[in-house]
Design a protein around this ligand. Structure first.
Ligand SMILES: [Zn+2]
Length: 173
């Protein structure tokens, strides 16, 4: 019976990982802070007033944008990435790299209080979900196939969950 279960799950997993390497070993330590309370709390109606339908689907319903379609996938400009829902600083261009998996990838978060992680067992997979630390909106997932000479992590983040502000517009050198 076991092999039937695997057979059924594989096509879904293959579809969702869409070219990314598989997440072979997930450390439970990623999920240690999932019980924290968000500093920014809004009702679903309030979020719907702030966000577009697509943004709401990804950020508040843990949706995933289509690969290679997001506006920041290939962005190399220097600057900061903020949570689209609440404006919290989540990633910077300093740790962004080209993973080839179709979504913006970072090998580290923008400081200790940028994001939190949570175990995600949806779609027949075991993954680690990445949420904004401040409002707990869904940003993407973190995998352990990132650059080995850095952290070894790959934060795979939806473009639509972020707002990029280039250094040239914020006065940073
Ligand atoms: Zn946020």
């Amino acid at each position: 019976m076991k092999s039937i279960g695997v057979y059924l799950i594989l096509p879904v997993a293959a579809l969702l990982s869409a070219g990314c390497q598989s997440n072979k070993s997930i450390k439970q330590s990623h999920a240690m802070n999932e019980k924290s309370t968000p500093a920014v709390i809004k009702s679903n109606e309030e979020w719907k007033q702030i966000l577009t339908d697509e943004e709401y689907y990804v950020l508040r319903e843990a949706g995933t944008e289509r690969p290679f379609m997001g506006k920041y996938t290939d962005t190399d400009d220097k600057g900061n990435y903020y949570c689209k829902a609440c404006g919290h600083l989540i990633f910077t261009s300093d740790t962004k790299y080209h993973s080839g998996c179709g979504w913006p990838a970072f090998y580290d978060k923008a400081g200790k209080s940028a994001v939190i992680t949570k175990m995600d067992y949806s779609h027949g997979m075991t993954r680690v979900e990445v949420l904004c630390q401040q409002c707990h909106s869904h940003l993407g997932h973190v995998f352990e196939d990132g650059p080995a000479d850095k952290t070894g992590l790959r934060y795979c983040i939806n473009s639509i969950s972020m707002e990029f502000k280039p250094d040239s517009t914020t006065g940073k050198p």
